[in-house]
Design a protein around this ligand. Structure first.
Ligand code: MN
Length: 384
């Protein structure tokens, strides 16, 4: 899967453009503003989230980058958002995955297509063609641009950042002198939430899933707000994390903050209280997966997470062996969640004797008997 990571690291093309060259100034005080990032082609989820926020023409909407890639309907999402953006209360900034139309001739594109669903797949489906129908990659690129050249132009014209009285909205992050941040860095900088910046405003970023910033051992997809460092991490891991979600940050007219989310996981009713008295949870995220597995049974295996030298119980099905080494097969948390009869939770996955659930963005385990298996409700949105 190494090739899947190329798209984030390739655009070192000596792009001389700085953040200040593609910056929009905007006044948002006194008006409700909804911010959503990393939609990644999930048009149905995006529409569902807009509805959940009660979005109307009286509100502002800011799309914080990454409309395209990974999800099932990148082309539909970009068409829908471009139409929305014709209204003067909707603003879109660019994300690294939105450079698709400028990367059609990149040497990594076909390899990337082997492991991720992309807008290129949708173009092939739409035109009833396959890559074999194009003698050279440049022929494929030409065919896409013949149909979508105006979208290439639209994406190119998107600002890299929006600056308001109190906020800077940018897809990935800024450097010390924010105006001089290279566009490339603003779109791809990893882990900005862990950093510090010198701007006297709150920087709102997507790009890097908020769940990667494990706090107190908890694995949560909720919007993370760090007021001391004036950073908000918005990306709910939609289409990137198995338990991910699409988040909205809502800046109310009075300046207070609220968050909402939607995801594709089904709901289930809790029929029995479950309470854990003492636990010290651990969570590990990509790519830090290597463990040493000791004894275990069908349910849990005692293990040590190597880089952090942490001992924990790992759900046995979660352990993958490769060349004599052991790895977590995905992001992992050993948290057990307290639940109360009568509440509804999201089901992320079912394993021997236990179910991985999510509540308010927080992921953890419960024994299967506390859930009513007959009450599965459709997810927020159906993918098929
Ligand atoms: Mn991104």
């Amino acid at each position: 899967m190494e090739s899947c990571r190329l798209a984030d690291s390739t655009a070192e093309r000596g792009d001389p453009v700085k953040l200040k060259d593609k910056l929009i100034q905007l006044d948002i005080r006194g008006r409700r503003t909804i911010v959503i990032s990393d939609i990644h082609g999930e048009l149905a989820l995006f529409k569902q989230l807009l509805k959940k926020t009660g979005w109307s023409d009286d509100d502002r909407l800011i799309i914080n980058g990454d409309i395209l890639d990974k999800g099932q309907d990148s082309l539909g999402t970009m068409k829908f958002i471009r139409e929305l953006a014709e209204s003067d209360n909707v603003y879109v900034i660019e994300g690294n995955c939105d450079r698709f139309f400028d990367e059609l001739e990149a040497d990594w594109l076909y390899a990337y297509m082997d492991c991720r669903h992309t807008a290129a797949h949708e173009f092939l489906r739409e035109t009833g063609t396959t890559l074999e129908d194009y003698p050279a990659q440049s022929d494929f690129a030409r065919a896409v641009l013949e149909q979508y050249g105006d979208f290439q132009q639209w994406f190119r014209n998107l600002p890299t950042a929006i600056e308001t009285e109190d906020y800077l909205f940018v897809h990935a992050g800024i450097e010390a002198d924010y105006l001089e941040t290279p566009r490339e860095v603003a779109l791809t900088m990893p882990e900005f939430y862990s950093r510090t910046h010198h701007l006297d405003k709150t920087v709102v970023v997507g790009h890097y899933p908020a769940a990667n910033f494990v706090e107190d051992g908890l694995y949560s997809h909720e919007v993370k707000v760090n007021q001391a460092r004036r950073i908000i991490a918005l990306d709910g891991g939609n289409q990137v994390k198995a338990s991910g979600q699409l988040n909205a940050l809502i800046i109310e007219a009075d300046g207070s903050l609220d968050t909402m989310s939607v995801d594709a996981h089904p709901s289930r009713l809790v029929i029995q209280d479950f309470e854990v008295t003492l636990q010290e949870p651990h969570s590990f995220t990509f790519p830090d997966y290597e463990i040493k597995a000791f004894e275990g049974d069908a349910h849990f295996t005692f293990a040590e997470h190597l880089s952090s030298q942490t001992q924990l119980m790992v759900k046995t099905e979660w352990i993958k062996e490769q060349d004599g080494r052991h790895y977590l097969n995905d992001d992992y948390t050993d948290l057990f969640l307290d639940v109360t009869a009568g509440e509804e939770v999201k089901v992320v996955g079912e394993y021997a004797g236990y179910v991985l659930i999510k509540r308010n963005g927080l992921v953890g385990w419960v024994p299967e008997e506390v859930l009513d298996t007959s009450t599965d409700k459709a997810s927020d949105i159906s993918h098929v």
